[in-house]
Unconditional design. Structure first.
Lengths: 247, 247
DNA sequence: CGCTGGCTTGAAGGCTTTCAAAGGGTGTGG
DNA sequence: CCACACCCTTTGAAAGCCTTCAAGCCAGCG
């Protein structure tokens, strides 16, 4: 699967008039044959390219009226809620090609905050428009069902009572796989989030994340230099994360 | 919202030829006006009533080919997976009117086991058929999106690092509300699952569940007699579960 | 050069688990 | 109808893992 023709500059990799970014979660629905150009065009027309958002800028906040889902085009997005004690609970990190806002469909408002961790570009899809189009494009409907269903499973993953080691390993292997599927190295990547963010996501104290990283490094599983990660013993990390990722 | 006409006997409360059980999660899509009888009939025709399943009987197992979702008509269903260490991880309990199998849509196979905790009757919906019908019934499509989206949120609820007290309180208040919405007493109900099941769901040791129940009783929050629960201090339990249930 | 904020490291404490054993229903067989 | 066994549940005590608290470290930056 080769990338579509690209433009250069800040708004790059947004595909041309009749093609979508190859990394987008909707690409399967868009690029498959069987639909005529008019359908493709309809889907394309409902996309609104927005950004760039600067680091720390919010894409939406809890309680904002919901009307659209978003595909990350570049950068990383963190979603989170603030609990009764004022503590931040990170719900997820979204890499390019991944979809934000699916958990808002059942409400009329976004149930969480979304903030950019670096420079972020988005494709914004009006959800009512997309749902209407889905009634005429079974492939699109199917893709939406699939994305929604996947997120149910993802949310269940970290709910187990796993050890700090298992959680951390699963987090790293998860990132590794997702980067790999975008064509990046699975064994060397940069963490775009802080230790605190990772800890809030894994439901650990940030000190615990530090300690696990340190120990993983001492045991030769990986190399950590600030936010730079290198996987050294993939097999062992897979083993540790097996119970969470269910391969 | 009154119940539809009912029959007596084992297969009771399945509605008549043109009405669905009023407690079913699809009732909103079915009973709303705006659809003519033929649509209702189509939806009704794709339903297959099955059961009763006896306690401990499996509705499906992890790895079984997926082709249908199910609405619980009566009884309680538990879904679970077995992790790498052979430990059971309970994913959820499903009361009458609730839908099982939504997390299977993204796979071709069920990603978990489903077992009945008591005598269970089901409405079985062929998912391909339902999806096809949804392209002609926007209300049905919307309802499916909504149910899927809700489940994402539900799965995220218990993933926080909450205390045993908060988890237990949230579990009880959650059950209370769900029973209440079905027309049962919110303050007195029977637990259909064992302490072990509750513990596996809440990610606690079963001993911890016992201890919390005991302490809640000593503090006058509730009365526990084996599987019989009576809520005595609803305000305090709501308070405890607030951070999980988010109001 | 010193400040700031994120990260790391150490030690003490707490909540939950684990291990162990007793209690109490339920069902079966005598 | 009673006795016994089985299993779920409850209770107690010790251990473990992670958190909390506290302080030091390091890179980036004004």
């Amino acid at each position: 699967m080769t990338a579509p023709s690209r433009k250069t500059g800040a708004m790059a990799d947004d595909g041309d008039d009749l093609h979508f970014c190859s990394t987008c979660a909707f690409s399967a629905a868009c690029m498959q044959s069987g639909y005529d150009k008019s359908h493709l065009k309809e889907l394309h027309v409902l996309v609104e390219h927005v950004g760039p958002f600067k680091e720390g800028e919010h894409l939406f906040r809890e309680g904002d009226p919901f009307n659209a889902i978003a595909a990350v085009r570049s950068g990383t997005v963190k979603t989170y809620v603030t609990d009764a004690n004022g503590r931040e609970q990170v719900q997820g990190f979204f890499l390019p090609g991944e979809i934000i806002g699916l958990n808002a469909i059942s409400h009329s408002r976004y149930p969480c905050n979304a903030v950019s961790l670096d420079s972020v570009l988005l494709c914004w899809f009006s959800f009512p428009t997309m749902a209407a189009l889905a009634t005429r494009m079974p492939g699109l409907q199917q893709q939406l069902f699939k994305l929604l269903s996947e997120d149910i499973g993802k949310a269940a993953l970290l709910s187990g009572n796993y050890s700090a080691d298992e959680r951390t390993a699963a987090f790293l292997m998860g990132l590794s796989r997702r980067y790999a599927s975008r064509g990046f190295s699975p064994n060397r990547f940069l963490l775009t989030m802080s230790r605190t963010d990772i800890a809030n996501y894994l439901r650990l104290a940030s000190e615990s994340v530090s300690r696990v990283f340190r120990r993983f490094q001492d045991e030769g599983l990986l190399r950590v230099d600030r936010r730079e990660i290198e996987i050294l013993d993939r097999a062992r990390l897979e083993e540790l994360s097996r119970s969470i990722l269910r391969e």
